[in-house]
Design a protein. Structure first.
Length: 459
C-alpha cells in the first residue's frame, strides 16, 4: 500500500496560520463547526522571484464568505498585524522546503456573481532599499583606494540601513573579487540604495539579486560562466528533509523524465552592439505591465495612461525601476577583470530555457542563480543553464513550478566544466543517463526516494 505524496503550502500572517485557520491572536474564528476547524482561509497561493529586474512578489485568494471577509478586515485594520510579515512556505511533509518572507502590499476585491478577494504581497526590500532617494559621495586615498566590498557597506550606512546587518550578502566568488578589486571614488546622484548597489556591482561585473528567502537581503552574484569564477554547485538532492536552501549558494538540478512537463530551449544570436545601458539609474518612471515567465497572461491596460508615455524596460535593479532618473560615477583603481566579467554576464543571456512542471520533491527550493543541467540521454554531454526566474503556484490541489533560465549559445557545451563533469557523473551514478539509464531511476531521483530523511521542522 502506497502513501499519496503531494506538495503543500503554508501561509502565516505573523503567528496566525491562514492555511489551517482557527483564529487566535484576536482574529475572529471563521469555521464554526468542530469538523471544519483548521480549514484554509486562503487559496491559489503564488510566489515569483527573479534574478534581476523585479523584487519578489506574491499573492493569494482569501475566503470571500461573510465570516471570511470579516476576518480579512480584522487583519488589514489591525496596526499590529499590518506591521507583521506574511510567511509563505512550499514543502513536502517528508522533504525539503523553501520559505519566503513578505509584507502586505494591497488588495483587489470583486463583488457580484464572482466574489473574490486577492491579496498582493511584496518583499520587505520594497520599503528598505527603494524608498529613499539620496545623493552620495565617497572619496578614498588615491594610492590605496577602497575595496568594492567596503564601498558597498559604506553605502548601506549612508542610506541609514546599517542596523540591518544581513541586508547585503555575497556569493563566495563575488565576495572574493569584491574584497580584491578597489576604487578611488564613488558618487551617486538622486539614487535609491537598490539602484546604487546594482550600479556598483555592475562596475565590477556582478549582478544583484533581491531575495526574500528566509529574510530580506540583497545578494551579489559573480557571473557563472566567467573563466575565473569557480562557483561550487551543490547537489540539490543532497539536502535533508526540513532543510531550506541558502540563497547565497548555487544548487544543481538535473532535468529529464519524471520531472519535465514542458521544456523549451531557444537560442537567438544577439549582435555585439547589444544595449548594456539599461541600469536602474537610467530608467523612466512609467512601469510596464508585469509579465511572469512561464505563465501566459494578457497584459493589463491602463485607461488613464497618457498617450505617448514610454514604458520602462527591465533593469538590473534588485527592486525594479527606480523612482527617478539617477547617475553614478565610479573611478576604479584596481578592477582588471571587470570588462571580461561584464561580457560574461551579457553572453549568459543569449539562450533561453522555459519550463513548467509539477513540483516534485527534488525541485522544492529551486531559485534564481541555481543551475539546471540538461543531459543527453546517451551520456555524451550535459548542458548547464543559469536559473533567472522561478514561480511557485498552488491551485486546485496541486503546486506547479515555472522556471526560466539562460546560458551562452552552444549546444552540449558546458559553461563551467568542473560542475558539469560533477553532475554528469552524478547522473550516471544514479542511472539517469548512459547504457543503464531507466525511467525507474528518474522516478527515484525526482521523488528523492533514497535521499536522507530528517524530522520536518515546524514553521
Amino acid at each position: 500500500m502506497a502513501n499519496l505524496r503531494i506538495p503543500r503550502v503554508r501561509v502565516f500572517w505573523g503567528d496566525v496560520s491562514l492555511t489551517s485557520y482557527v483564529g487566535g491572536g484576536g482574529a475572529p474564528e471563521v469555521f464554526s463547526t468542530e469538523g471544519e476547524r483548521g480549514a484554509p482561509i486562503v487559496y491559489d497561493v503564488s510566489v515569483t522571484v527573479n534574478a534581476e529586474a523585479e523584487s519578489p512578489t506574491g499573492e493569494f485568494k482569501w475566503d470571500p464568505t461573510g465570516p471570511g471577509f470579516a476576518a480579512y478586515e480584522f487583519f488589514v485594520t489591525s496596526e499590529e498585524y499590518m506591521k507583521k510579515t506574511i510567511t509563505v512556505e512550499f514543502f513536502y511533509p517528508d522533504g525539503k522546503k523553501i520559505v519566503f518572507i513578505f509584507v502586505w502590499a494591497g488588495q483587489s476585491i470583486n463583488y457580484g456573481n464572482n466574489m473574490e478577494i486577492t491579496v498582493k504581497l511584496v518583499s520587505e526590500l520594497a520599503g528598505l532599499i527603494n524608498a529613499n532617494i539620496r545623493s552620495t559621495a565617497q572619496a578614498n586615498d588615491e594610492d590605496k583606494g577602497a575595496t568594492f566590498l567596503d564601498s558597498m557597506k559604506r553605502t548601506q550606512k549612508q542610506y541609514g540601513l546599517e542596523k540591518f546587518k544581513d541586508l547585503l550578502k555575497f556569493s563566495g566568488q563575488a565576495e572574493k573579487y569584491a574584497s580584491k578589486a578597489t576604487l578611488i571614488s564613488a558618487y551617486g546622484s538622486d539614487s535609491t540604495f537598490g539602484a546604487n548597489i546594482a550600479n556598483t556591482a555592475k562596475q565590477m561585473g556582478a549582478s544583484t539579486f533581491g531575495s526574500n528567502i528566509g529574510e530580506a537581503s540583497v545578494i551579489i552574484f559573480a557571473p557563472y560562466s566567467y573563466k575565473g569564477s569557480k562557483d561550487e554547485v551543490i547537489d540539490a538532492s543532497s539536502l535533508q528533509a526540513g532543510q531550506s536552501p541558502d540563497p547565497t549558494k548555487r544548487y544543481g538540478y538535473i532535468l529529464g523524465p519524471s520531472i519535465i512537463d514542458t521544456l523549451t530551449r531557444t537560442a537567438i544570436w544577439k549582435p555585439p552592439q547589444q544595449d548594456n545601458t539599461k541600469t536602474p539609474s537610467s530608467q523612466l518612471v512609467t512601469q510596464a505591465p508585469k509579465k511572469d515567465k512561464g505563465r501566459i497572461q494578457n497584459p493589463t491596460s491602463n485607461p488613464q495612461e497618457k498617450s505617448g508615455t514610454t514604458a520602462a524596460q527591465a533593469t538590473t535593479s534588485p527592486l525594479g525601476i527606480t523612482v527617478n532618473k539617477a547617475s553614478s560615477n565610479i573611478q576604479a583603481l584596481n578592477n582588471p577583470e571587470a570588462p571580461d566579467r561584464q561580457n560574461a554576464l551579457n553572453q549568459e543571456k543569449a539562450a533561453d530555457l522555459q519550463m513548467s512542471t509539477f513540483l516534485c520533491p527534488v525541485l522544492v527550493g529551486i531559485k534564481p542563480y541555481d543551475i539546471v543541467f540538461v543531459p543527453s540521454f546517451s551520456g555524451k554531454f550535459i548542458e548547464d543553464w543559469i536559473v533567472d526566474s522561478v514561480s511557485y503556484t498552488q491551485s486546485n490541489g496541486k503546486i506547479t513550478v515555472a522556471i526560466g533560465a539562460n546560458r551562452v549559445i552552444g549546444t552540449g557545451t558546458p559553461m563551467q566544466k568542473a560542475p558539469a563533469d560533477k553532475f554528469k557523473a552524478l547522473a550516471e551514478g544514479k542511472k539517469l543517463i548512459g547504457a543503464n539509464a531507466s525511467l525507474e531511476s528518474w522516478d527515484e531521483y525526482a521523488w528523492m526516494s533514497s535521499s536522507p530523511k530528517a524530522p520536518v521542522a515546524e514553521t
